[in-house]
Design a protein around this ligand. Structure first.
Ligand SMILES: [Zn+2]
Ligand SMILES: [Zn+2]
Length: 380
């Protein structure tokens, strides 16, 4: 009797290619030996992989739909997986990883990368900085130099797997005999065992250690950027080459400036009278110290004065961005007797100045409400 490949994947006979694909993907995620070591799950995984292989091939699926079994004719009966070298390929096409172990893995393997976070203030981001940091990573075991063995002893071939690094099991299943292989649990897939391990590292060839290293952060870095320090990460198993260390910059908020790439923004509150008459205000700029910002006579609320080249240095070119000073005009809210007298005189003098009602959008020259709203939303 022909095997019911549709039932194995839990799809109907009329299922579309993408439904079949989805069903396989879902089941494979649950049953793959890497995630599910259960023996029955492994057998199931083989079955669904075969079912997918068949149903995703239009030619084979046609045979199934005609009531036949494409695998019966392809391979010898009772040895259903004889011609099935492609199992791993099906899986790899999906998940992009090697699903089947092939031979022993090396005992010496490259180490992992490490990540470290570093808080920097805006000034440090602007100037660049060199900081001492403490990193806690795996380092080479200095007692055995990564060999993992005690003294002059050497690793011996693993008895359990005979040095192959993997163990094969044959099971009976719906589809006949299923051959599964998994990494040897005794040697971890290496094919050899260390019977007399190093006292310090227990055979791993590496130990954890804290060490101080000096990290140079270049001028112009920004929040979230990572500086890579080659070969400063974890030493690998068996003393394998170290991974890289990444230092991720976390820029702290500045009291005055808001950063936008290489540009900086600040707000200058100018008293009404100064905005009308003109003045200059000292701004303590990053990298430049105090610089005078000229507020021209008649400056309107919401206007922006740009100081070219007073922003942050660009990370690569070093060319500096701009400093944008957003002008806020402050109307006095408390007036004493003399103030009122003076302002009344000014009003009598400026008979042309009258209130005016206009559209919020069309009349938005300078510091209209709409402009300011827009500035708020675009962050400018
Ligand atoms: Zn083994
Ligand atoms: Zn050691």
């Amino acid at each position: 009797m022909a095997r019911d490949y549709y039932a194995l994947l839990g799809v109907s006979k009329g299922a579309s290619d993408s439904e079949i694909k989805r069903a396989y993907r879902k089941l494979a995620r649950e049953l793959h030996p890497d995630v599910n070591p259960d023996q029955q799950a492994q057998a199931r995984f083989q079955e669904i992989s075969v079912a997918y292989e068949v149903l995703s091939d239009p030619e084979k699926r046609r045979i199934v739909d005609l009531g036949g079994d494409p695998l019966e004719s392809a391979g010898a009966p009772g040895n259903g997986f004889g011609g099935f070298g492609g199992l791993g390929d099906v899986f790899e096409a999906f998940f992009g990883g090697g699903s089947t172990s092939r031979g022993p893995v090396g005992r010496v393997r490259p180490g992992a990368d490490s990540l470290l976070r570093m808080r920097l203030d805006l000034e440090e981001c602007a100037t660049g900085v060199t900081k001492q940091v403490t990193v806690d990573t795996a380092v080479l075991c200095d007692l055995c130099q990564g060999r993992g063995t005690h003294g002059k002893s050497t690793p011996t071939t693993c008895d359990t797997c005979g040095g192959r690094g993997e163990i094969q099991t044959v099971q009976r299943s719906l589809l006949g005999q299923v051959m599964t292989s998994r990494p040897c649990p005794v040697c971890g897939g290496v094919g050899e065992v260390i019977l007399d391990p190093c006292n310090r590292c227990g055979g791993d060839g590496r130990v954890r250690a804290r060490r101080e290293i000096s990290v140079k952060i270049p001028a112009g870095v920004g929040d979230g950027m990572r500086v890579r320090l080659a070969a400063q990460g974890e030493v690998g198993p068996g003393g394998g080459p170290a991974g890289d260390l990444y230092v991720e910059v976390h820029e702290q908020q500045h009291d005055t400036f808001v950063r936008d790439g290489d540009d900086l923004h600040c707000t200058i509150s100018v008293p009404m009278v100064d905005a009308a008459l003109g003045t200059s205000v000292a701004v303590d700029a990053i990298l430049d110290g105090p610089i005078e910002v000229t507020i021209a006579a008649g400056t309107q609320p919401g206007s922006v004065t740009t100081l070219r080249g007073r922003g942050m240095p660009h990370l690569r070119s070093g060319v500096r961005g701009d400093l944008h000073a957003h002008i806020d005009v402050v109307v006095p809210s408390r007036l004493d007797h003399d103030d009122i007298e003076l302002l009344r005189k000014l009003k009598e003098h400026r008979t042309r100045d009258t209130a005016e009602v206009r559209s919020t959008q069309s009349g938005s020259t300078g510091g209209g409400l709409f402009n300011r709203l827009r500035e708020t939303f675009t962050g400018r």
